[in-house]
Design a protein around this ligand. Structure first.
Ligand code: FE2
Ligand code: FE2
Length: 136
């Protein structure tokens, strides 16, 4: 079971980004709750579709922000996003064969937490330092 606790550490104080991260976690929780029951296959499908759509939107927002702010590690960050989207596409195909397990939601949860905590945190700190430099 994917844990819902300790999400506070993934909040950067950039409201729109924080709200989008929360929404992505909600899809993962929904998926986690739906996977164990065979009659929830439609919910699994729907949730993977939602996650696919909103992850794409979120990544586009982040990539635009990084480009606008001249974040020097944007290329590696964007590559991590592209990798995740490939994983989602693969999971969507697997789920069509109902070949999807609890490990899936755990993997997505772990990936998202790690990505926010390590990669997203880097641009958030870079943005903050750029903003501070402008105001001082
Ligand atoms: Fe993010
Ligand atoms: Fe990101």
């Amino acid at each position: 079971m994917v844990s819902k606790d300790d999400l506070a550490r993934y909040v950067f104080g950039i409201d729109e980004i924080d709200a989008q991260h929360r929404a992505l976690f909600e899809f993962i929780y929904k998926l986690d709750a739906a996977i164990p029951t065979s009659d929830s296959w439609v919910i699994v499908q729907q949730t993977l579709n939602d996650l696919n759509f909103w992850a794409r939107v979120h990544f586009a927002v982040e990539e635009s922000l990084m480009r606008l702010m001249g974040f020097p590690e944007a290329a590696a960050h964007n590559a991590a996003h592209a990798n995740f989207m490939e994983t989602i596409a693969r999971l969507k195909k697997q789920s069509l064969r109902k070949d999807i397990a609890r490990d899936t939601s755990r993997f997505l949860n772990d990936w998202l937490r790690h990505h926010i905590d390590v990669e997203d945190r880097k641009y958030a700190e870079y943005f903050r330092s750029r903003c501070k430099a402008r105001t001082s």
